[in-house]
Design a protein around this ligand. Structure first.
Ligand SMILES: Cc1cc2nc3c(=O)[nH]c(=O)nc-3n(C[C@H](O)[C@H](O)[C@H](O)COP(=O)(O)OP(=O)(O)OC[C@H]3O[C@@H](n4cnc5c(N)ncnc54)[C@H](O)[C@@H]3O)c2cc1C
Length: 415
């Protein structure tokens, strides 16, 4: 995993307070991890890969994450915590969170099939997003949540969001998620996630629905594309359409994530034909509409008039290519969801806010359970680990400052 900071900008959404904290804590968080013995390496020349948890993940084997990156980090942090007389309760599932009259929190958890309660002055909610909760996905993300591929751990089911809401917390930006565009074959071929992803091919080529029409601004990149696919009534009705030149270039752009040739090698469906007409026929796309969509797109690329296309196409991140060189290709797509970007509203100190933007004393939230940084109309992404570690550090600092001023009370973390 990479701890990517500032991967994409979030111009129309991010809380400036949270963004400032993330920026302020980015380097201290990396330094702190290093003081705990965590190894970070520069895995690739691009800036997003300068701080990769070591050893980097591999994409083969039954459990490819074991003994790598995040797994090693969590084991080491756990050992450090226990070595300093910290308490970590495994196999615990937090069920409820209440605030008592004495202002302390009561946390009720099932621990190895027994119910236990804990009292704490401070609680940090850090249970991940709600990507694994079909009911919440249908309320906030997609009319057809089962058509989204769960490109994630199944553990994020929105428990923290639910508990924070019971205590009056405000929720923010619930309609966006971080994810990628995957081949639809991922639903029956285990080897097709988390990679390859179709983002880059769609970003320089085209996406259409079965009716042969474009439906989104492909130029805004893969996270935006995945969100747009998820919002369709039928998220499984979409195809990437491209030519040989795109398949040779964008299809191979990254060793780690590209679909050419791994998608075909791993049994994914790729329709290939010498004409657009036979391609549409093979893939089950409306023939005349597809031919018209491709012709219109090619013309707008040629005239450098992509803002006039309907829907318009941005060109500042990816340079679109004409679809001209046979054979032509169509790949049935789906949206892969990794984590939800919205959630509990906090201030820049990770303190949970209520409906009137007032701090709920003692209640903190960090990571994928929170909103206010990522998302917005272009599905801007900062980085899941970066968001979690920088705001986690902030919550710890704020609590430590209070503890220095007052007699200590042991904080606990849900998650
Ligand atoms: C395949 C994949 C690739 C990724 N690659 C990257 C990457 O390269 N870079 C990057 O920055 N991010 C990446 N991410 C995202 C990143 O892993 C998450 O953003 C990050 O782990 C979120 O951290 P978190 O602490 O908020 O939640 P999590 O890491 O999800 O931790 C939450 C914990 O809370 C526990 N929990 C949930 N409910 C309860 C409950 N009721 N009681 C007790 N415990 C509970 C869960 O079991 C879990 O252990 C990737 C994710 C996936 C799935």
């Amino acid at each position: 995993m990479n701890a990517a900071f500032g991967w994409q900008s979030v111009p129309d959404f991010a809380s400036s307070e949270i963004a400032s904290t993330v920026a302020k804590n980015a380097i201290p968080a990396l330094k702190w991890l290093r003081t705990q013995g965590i190894r970070l390496i520069k895995a690739m020349p691009q800036e997003a890969y300068w701080w990769v948890l070591a050893p980097p993940r591999v994409l083969s084997g039954d459990v490819p994450w074991r003994g790598r990156g995040g797994d090693v980090m969590l084991r080491q942090l756990e050992a450090k915590l226990l070595g300093r007389a910290g308490i970590l309760s495994r196999a615990s599932h937090v069920l409820a969170l209440e605030k008592r009259l004495d202002k302390r929190f009561m946390v009720t958890a099932s621990v190895s099939e027994q119910t236990r309660t804990y009292l704490a002055k401070n609680v940090v909610i850090a249970d991940g997003g709600f990507q694994g909760n079909i009911e919440m996905l249908s309320r906030y993300i997609s009319p057809s949540p089962k058509a989204l591929f769960q490109r994630c751990a199944p553990t994020g089911v929105g428990d923290g969001i639910r508990m924070a809401q019971m205590l009056g917390a405000k929720l923010i930006g619930m309609d966006t998620f971080y994810g990628h565009v995957l081949s639809q074959s991922v639903f029956n071929h285990a080897g097709l996630w988390p990679y390859p992803i179709m983002d880059r091919v769609v970003s320089v080529g085209m996406a259409v629905q079965r009716n042969g029409l474009r439906f989104m601004n492909e130029g805004l990149g893969g996270i935006y594309q995945a969100n747009q696919i998820a919002k369709l009534d039928d998220p499984l009705s979409t195809f990437a359409v491209f030519d040989s030149a795109i398949w040779r270039t964008a299809g191979k752009h990254s060793r780690l994530s590209c679909p050419n040739p791994s998608l075909i090698k791993k049994g994914g469906t790729v329709f290939e034909a010498s004409t657009l007409e036979s391609l549409a026929q093979a893939a089950g796309i409306q023939i005349e509409a597809l031919i018209h969509s491709v012709e219109s797109y090619n013309q707008h690329v040629k005239m450098n008039a992509l803002s006039e296309l309907k829907p318009p196409r941005s060109v500042n991140k990816f340079i679109p290519s004409m679809i001209l060189e046979p054979p032509f290709f169509a790949v049935p797509l789906c949206a892969g969801i990794t984590y939800t970007m919205g959630g509990i509203a906090t201030d820049g100190c990770a303190r949970v806010l209520d409906q009137k933007d007032q701090v709920i004393e003692g209640l903190f939230a960090v990571g994928a359970t929170t909103g206010g940084l990522e998302g917005g109309s272009t599905a801007g992404y900062v980085g899941g680990l970066a968001k979690a570690v920088t705001m986690g550090l902030e919550a710890a600092e704020v609590m430590a400052q209070c503890v220095r001023k007052e007699p200590p009370s042991l904080p606990i973390s849900i998650g």
